[in-house]
Design a protein around this ligand. Sequence first.
Ligand SMILES: C[S@@+](CC[C@H](N)C(=O)[O-])C[C@H]1O[C@@H](n2cnc3c(N)ncnc32)[C@H](O)[C@@H]1O
Length: 277
Amino acid sequence: MRRKYLVQELLRETTQKLTQAGIERAAREAQLLFMAFFEKDELWLISHQKSEVEVEEAFFHWVERRSKNEPFEYIVNRVSFYSEEFYIDEGALIPRPETELLIDEIEKNVVDKDAVMIFVEVGVGSGIISIMLAKKFKNAKIIAIDISSQALRVAQKNIEKFGLQERIELREGSLLEPIVESIDYLVSNPPYIAADAMLESNLSYEPQNALFGGSVGDEIIQKLLDEVLKRKIRFFSCEMGYDQKDKIQNYLKNKNFSSLEFYKDYSAFDRGFTLKV
Ligand SMILES: C[S@@+](CC[C@H](N)C(=O)[O-])C[C@H]1O[C@@H](n2cnc3c(N)ncnc32)[C@H](O)[C@@H]1O
């Protein structure tokens, strides 16, 4: 069923519903839902407050979902990362802005941007990291692994969206199990939260195996470090929890590698590292 509304009326009603549900910045959220649903931009919205729109039930269903604190990105099936727009749904983690810094970190380390090289990403999720690497390093091949078939489905969709099927190969499996090739650069934003951590309620919509890295949190990172040292992978860049720097340093004490450097996120928290072997 369709109903007719003035734009300003619909925004007012939506804002009210979201406010009652305890959603912060409800007026802005109402605008964002409106713009995504009707595929309009800010300028249109400002200049058409008194225009009439026909509203389908599906819009109210979106508002209902947002009222239950479901993340906006899952509702509109869109997320932006590194100035690009990606498809997203509940099968994969919503990319976080700080992961852009992992891409910058890798870019800093690859001196020859045209080199023919093999990147491996463990935990590809929606595919954002592998896709950005393929865009930045035109002669690189990327093999991207995930343990979740749902995440691989989302990654596949994004790889096709960017026309990168020839450059990025997806493999299902755990850690580096599906890799026999020699790896030039290993990359990962693994799950790194401790199993008993108290999290915000909207995180319950995201795949739990994308968030939790084990009872302590850094178990997967440690396993990846073991693989890097065993396989003598030259570069390993990895995102981590803000409180995991000391543990990683200790874990690598007395092991053979050439350097270990940490980087911080936008809030100046430790957020990742590069290990060079
Ligand atoms: C934090 S998410 C990162 C997703 C994406 N790379 C990003 O940065 O937005 C971690 C991903 O690792 C995957 N994962 C968890 N355990 C894994 C394992 N043992 N081997 C491979 N992938 C794993 C999860 O399914 C999830 O997609």
